[in-house]
Design a protein around this ligand. Structure first.
Ligand code: PAF
Length: 283
């Protein structure tokens, strides 16, 4: 595995592969890798003979009171895992490589509406930062395909919309969430949980699944189900942010005719803000 920090080295290598007619797949990450990320690299290797990953803790997607400074940076361990997974090229840019000018002077990418609901309601600048950095990474690497985890479903649909709206000739693929054996979705932020909180954390997925069962049984009073789910999370020790049935593709509230839905949840447990989502119906 080759590791590069600069744009010129990155482009030289990717261009050589392209000239040889080889497809390229990209897995963007913020590092602190877990099995979910490695699964993305494995799926990427099925998509293309050449795989690139990026590790960049993107300052513009963290709000002023969020965990940018304390976000775990574990580059050596990450490199070992990526090498073992058979990755070809790792791009590790510095903040000045990605943002060479003061941030307030730099072009930004915004995906309205989709970015304002669910996580966007409590993290107003988050998805603008994600869309901006992902568009830069896609322009820098120019992959044929880029892979993202479905745990961040809202991020996935925002990036798909951005790629479509900006006519990027890149396929954006979502990969199903990898879970611990007790159902907890893999996340770098699980590392923030104490032993006691870790024991409670699977309740988030269990509550999502319980609501899927209620939907399957024919219950369609979404407001009542959402209220009940939040009460269940609060009773377990969470501080729920949202728990919502939404249409899977445009993230709008469902009507009774809609069948392609997902249930989305975000809740604080200690200092960890956990998110998860599951398909309902045809989604
Ligand atoms: O999902 C993440 O790790 C980040 O939001 C991403 C897509 C790498 C952009 O910084």
């Amino acid at each position: 595995m080759q590791t590069v920090h600069g744009i010129a080295e990155l482009r030289t290598q990717v261009m050589a592969w392209r000239r040889a007619g080889e497809r390229v797949a990209l897995v963007p990450t913020m590092g602190n890798l877990h099995r979910g990320h490695i699964h993305l690299v494995e799926r990427a290797r099925e998509q293309a003979p050449r795989t690139v990953a990026s590790i960049f803790v993107n300052p513009t997607q963290f709000g002023p009171n969020e965990d940018y400074a304390g976000y775990p940076r574990t580059l050596d361990a990450d490199c070992r895992q990526l090498e073992a997974a058979g990755l070809d090229l790792l791009f590790v840019p510095s903040v000045t490589v990605i943002y060479p000018r003061p941030l307030e002077e730099m072009t930004q990418v915004r995906v309205p509406v989709l970015s304002q609901v669910l996580c966007g309601a409590s993290r107003p600048i988050h998805f603008g930062g994600v869309a901006t950095v992902v568009s830069k990474l896609l322009n820098l690497v120019q992959p044929d395909v880029a892979l993202f985890g479905e745990k961040d479903w809202q991020q996935l649909v925002i990036i798909q919309r951005m790629a479509a709206d900006l006519d990027m000739p890149i396929e954006i693929i979502g990969i199903p969430t990898v879970r611990e054996s007790d159902g907890l979705a893999m996340s770098s932020r699980n590392g923030y949980l104490s032993v006691e909180e870790r024991a409670v954390a699977p309740t988030l997925y269990a509550t999502l699944q319980a609501m899927v069962e209620r939907w399957r049984a024919g219950e369609r009073d979404y407001a009542m189900l959402e209220h009940e789910a939040k009460a269940r999370l609060a009773a377990a020790g969470f501080r729920p942010d949202y728990f919502e049935f939404r249409r899977a593709r445009d993230l709008q509230h469902p009507t009774l005719e809609d069948t392609e839905l997902r249930i989305f949840a975000a809740a604080w447990l200690g200092r960890a803000r956990l998110i998860d989502n599951v398909p309902v119906g045809l989604a």
